[in-house]
Design a protein around this ligand. Structure first.
Ligand code: NBP
Length: 468
């Protein structure tokens, strides 16, 4: 059989099919594989012979020129291992696999080690933008070596989203850096989505604004500093009428949100690294709490429901949302910085902000100034230390504080807005009450404490502290 393709893609589900069609449209010699033959045939029929799609792995692999480059877009976890195992017998030295699924970065580390030992190349790559992004231009976050990137850079750059002409794909660093950056991208996504939902709740339940009014606000906000993919789609979502009943679709949708785990992984890894990302933690918990719909009903029957009223100028709420969005980026990027140092990724944060400016779910007009902040100081430990970013956040904080105060007073939960404010207040506190924690730990566990006025570890005999 003649090998007449340059790039193969396995897994033509939502993302894989869209990305492969995008590659095809951009002049790449690509070939597809899908496990279920009927889907493979349907895609071939749809593309009227322009695309070959196999469901025979050997024939698929052999149709690609050596050394081969094959991308996977299958469900993360066991399915990815299964697909890799299934293709190994047909691979030859120097063939190269790119996993574009949402793999956990530790799985990527493992696969990289295993496949390198077997003489194959392997790269973990985050892909963001959903189906529409994959079809029209995603943001892509590969990890690996410059030589590996060179092997696939051309095809990736031909399909990536563009910002001011620059493709939204670049090397995120060594090893599993690409999947790490994608994981944190998703963590930030969780925080911003939840913040938008909280703002909706404050306006809807608290301030009695109707769905169309809130839709108009999001439309207006999307023309200014809040312009972002998530603001834009919220504007569209809130304008959608229900096809099955009277009213707005959003009112008919169950208030239980599901999750696939990338937000939780971000929090878990941030805990391991000792980096606070409280907005992401709060967003993960909020989704989990939303799942307890029946229990919420029972507790509400016993404790009473939310009855408070919020009186706020919508511009204040807008600024609260913008502050929260900026603080979510700040938390996520500090986490990536630490992971890069601890895991040896050598990630360039300017490059991360660069590829997030278009194509991905967390794209917003705020990412260009963030890129500029890291261009000016690549080692910036916190965006709050950048003069322009810091000044912007400082100006928005009174609005965030008013919004959180109003939500708290009304009994409307706003966990991400509140956690973001506490993050900001925590970092601008020269003195925090952790002295009390140190004292308590020393009291019950003789864990010792440090002092402000001298070096060393100290232990107090607390039980004889009768006033001395
Ligand atoms: P889908 O569920 O739409 O498609 C999954 C694909 O994996 C199908 O082609 C399926 O083949 C294939 N597959 C599975 Br499942 N098990 C397989 C196996 N054992 N052997 C061979 N093929 C197998 O997922 P998707 O939404 O396209 O997501 C794909 C990846 O991209 C995931 O890792 C996801 O986390 C990531 N991602 C998704 C999005 C998004 O917005 N959906 C965004 C960014 C990243 P079949 O047709 O035979 O069942």
């Amino acid at each position: 059989m003649e090998a007449n393709h340059d790039f193969g893609l396995i897994g033509l589900g939502t993302m894989g099919k869209a990305l492969l069609l995008n590659m095809l449209d951009n002049g790449n010699q690509v070939v597809g594989y899908n496990r279920t033959p009927s889907k493979a045939q349907a895609i071939e029929a749809e593309t009227e012979g322009r695309l070959k799609v196999y469901s025979d792995m050997e024939a698929f692999v052999k149709s690609i020129r050596r050394p081969r480059a094959i991308m996977l877009l299958v469900t993360a976890g066991a399915a990815t291992d299964e697909v890799i195992e299934g293709m190994l017998p047909f691979l030859e030295p120097d063939d190269f696999i790119i996993d574009g699924g949402n793999a956990h970065y530790r799985d990527t580390d493992r696969r990289l080690k295993d496949l390198t030992a077997k003489g194959f190349g392997f790269m973990g790559m985050g892909v963001s933008g959903g189906e529409e992004g994959a079809r029209r231009g995603p943001s892509m976050m590969p990890g690996g070596t410059p030589a590996q990137y060179d092997r696939v850079g051309k095809v990736l750059e031909s399909v990536a989203a563009r910002f001011d002409g620059a493709p939204c794909v670049a090397l995120m660093g060594h090893g599993s850096a690409g999947h790490y950056v994608k994981m944190v991208h998703n963590g930030i996504e969780y925080a911003i989505m939840q913040a938008i939902a909280e703002v909706y709740d404050v306006l809807h339940r608290g301030a009695d604004h109707g769905v169309p009014e809130i839709a108009d606000l999001f439309g207006k906000w999307n023309e200014g500093e809040l312009a972002s993919f998530l603001t834009e789609i919220t504007h569209v979502v809130l304008q959608k009428r229900d096809d099955l009943a009277d009213g707005w679709l959003v009112d008919a949708i169950s208030d239980k949100a599901k999750a696939k785990g990338t937000g939780k992984w971000t929090s878990q890894d941030a805990f391991d690294l000792g980096i606070p990302v409280p907005a992401i933690d709060a967003a993960v918990s909020a989704r989990q709490l939303s799942g307890y719909k029946a229990l919420r009903g029972e507790v509400s029957a016993v404790q009473g429901g939310v009855t408070g009223v919020v009186s706020l100028n919508p511009d204040v709420v807008r600024d609260a949302l913008l502050a929260t969005m900026l603080l979510a980026y700040a938390q996520g990027l500090t986490l990536i910085r630490t992971a890069s140092l601890d895991y040896g990724y050598e990630t360039n944060l300017e490059t991360v902000a660069k590829v997030w400016r278009a194509g991905c779910i967390i794209r917003s007009v705020q990412l260009e100034p963030i890129r500029a902040a890291f261009a000016a100081n690549p080692d910036l430990e916190s965006l709050l230390l950048d003069a322009a970013f810091g000044e912007k956040v400082r100006g928005l904080i009174p609005s965030l504080r008013s919004t959180v105060e109003a939500a708290v007073a009304a009994g409307i939960p706003a966990p991400v807005l509140s956690a973001s404010l506490a993050y900001y207040d925590g970092f601008r506190s020269v003195r925090l009450p952790a002295n009390v924690i140190q004292a308590q730990r020393d009291f019950f566990g003789a864990h010792t404490y440090e002092r402000l006025d001298r070096e060393g570890s100290f232990h107090a005999h607390w039980s004889d502290s009768s006033g001395q």
